[in-house]
Design a protein around this ligand. Structure first.
Ligand code: FE2
Length: 423
């Protein structure tokens, strides 16, 4: 059965939980297949969960794949948040902090080196924007190590020692460490930064390196990632304070090029205070336009092999006006190959023209898709922002009272499309 991700505050009694919710310390809070009640929803919120995977419909079973196990993922996020909170309060990073992060990267490396296909297809719905930086650092580290494994398999980088991988992961998890010194009002500012704010922002790789200066256990590769992660192939990047230390092309270490690709991917795919994250398919499309100028083509090619463009459970608006949920990704999770086109189920239809009807499941090609988002509210936000005002014809279609909506989705669609917030 298809699954989709719901932010905790959008949970409703009657929804069925698709993946068990485990509290800190490994104690289960809600088992799989449990139907939610109001007290349970309250408890889920109290225990600090951000999102829940919900089961829906009768389509073939496909669990969105993630690069590491849910346990490793949860532990990793928790530890990164704990270390970074410590660094924020002390404005210094201790030997112990570095040790915790190195051990964490060892466990990710161990898990990834067990083999098996590498696929990234899980969805995130972040409510708590204070956690975006921690979350980003963790996700970039895991994705970088997955790309590194691919790079070794394809002999783009030589097979190094296990410790080389740990060092790369450590650099990736620390890449934005210096952002902890950038004032939050600049970090989270919606819209463009002014010149002065941008100057401060551009210092974050340098701040990161400064914080690591007294750390003998952070190897040069990891330091290189921290200072150079905003370098571009065309040499127009930033990081080092001396302009002669700005790198370009082949002079940028491959480890840095790998982390840069993972960094840009995660930044675009993640919700921000001022916009919901883009669908992987749109992220890849956006990134493709800077391959060769900013991003390394080989490192980007590795990303394309790992990322699932239309993960199960995300939402799209088709050019024909259908609002749909993805019910099959079209990727074979057991083997790294496509098994056909993705499928979507129609939840609502904006246009009154004859065409697809609510409830219908169909195969689609990516050029049929207009917009996407990981949550229904994210899609609603993008539809309101990006389509209203484009044309009168379109504006009239945006009035929800004219839509044909699947009976089971009426309330959720009405709620999502009447809200103002970007989730
Ligand atoms: Fe950065």
């Amino acid at each position: 059965m298809a699954m989709y991700v719901v932010s905790v505050k959008d949970l409703e009694p009657g929804m069925m939980v698709a993946q068990p919710l485990i509290k800190q310390g490994g104690v289960p809070l809600v088992a799989q297949d449990v139907v939610l009640t109001s007290p349970l929803i309250e408890a889920i919120g109290r225990h600090g969960f951000q999102q829940v995977l919900i089961r829906e419909g009768n389509e073939p079973n496909e669990t969105p794949p993630s690069l590491v196990s849910p346990d490793t993922d949860r532990e990793g996020r928790r530890k990164v948040e704990a270390v970074f909170s410590e660094v924020i309060s002390k404005m210094t990073i201790s030997n112990r902090d570095v040790e915790v992060l190195s051990n964490l990267m060892s466990s990710v490396m161990e898990e990834l080196s067990r083999g098996g296909p590498l696929f990234l297809g899980n969805l995130k719905a972040i409510e708590d924007m204070d956690r975006v930086t921690f979350d980003h650092c963790w996700s970039v580290a895991v994705l970088s190590l997955a790309l590194y494994r691919k790079a070794v398999e394809e002999a783009w980088v030589p097979l190094g020692s296990f410790q080389d991988g740990v060092n790369l992961g450590l650099g990736a998890v620390l890449h934005d460490l210096g952002k902890l010194r950038v004032p939050p009002e600049i970090l989270n500012k919606p819209g463009k930064l002014d010149d002065e704010e941008w100057e401060t922002m551009r210092l974050h790789p340098w701040y990161g390196l400064e914080l690591l200066r007294s750390q003998p256990n952070v190897m040069p590769m990891a330091r290189g990632i921290v200072i150079h992660h905003h370098q571009r192939l065309d040499g127009k990047g930033y990081g080092p304070r001396q302009s002669e230390n700005i790198l370009s092309g082949e002079a940028i270490p491959k480890a840095v090029r790998i982390v840069s690709v993972a960094d840009v991917y995660d930044a675009l795919a993640t919700d921000r205070p001022y916009r919901p994250g883009f669908l992987p398919w749109e992220v890849l499309k956006l990134m493709r336009s800077s391959v060769g100028t900013a991003l390394d083509p080989v490192a980007f090619g590795l990303l394309e092999q790992v990322v699932i463009p239309f993960p199960v459970g995300c939402f799209v608006l088709m050019k024909g006006g259908e609002i749909c949920m993805i019910t099959r990704s079209g990727m074979d999770h057991e083997r790294p190959s496509p098994k056909g086109a993705p499928w979507a189920r129609v939840l609502a239809v904006m246009s009154s023209k004859k065409g697809r009807i609510p409830g219908e499941v169909f195969e689609f090609l990516s050029d049929e898709v207009l917009l996407g988002a990981t949550t229904l509210r994210g899609l609603a936000w993008r539809v309101a922002r990006e389509l209203s005002g484009v044309s009168e014809d379109l504006a009239s279609k945006l009035s929800i009272s004219r839509w044909a909506i699947h009976a089971q989705w009426k309330e959720r669609i009405a709620k999502a499309f009447s809200g103002e917030v970007p989730h």
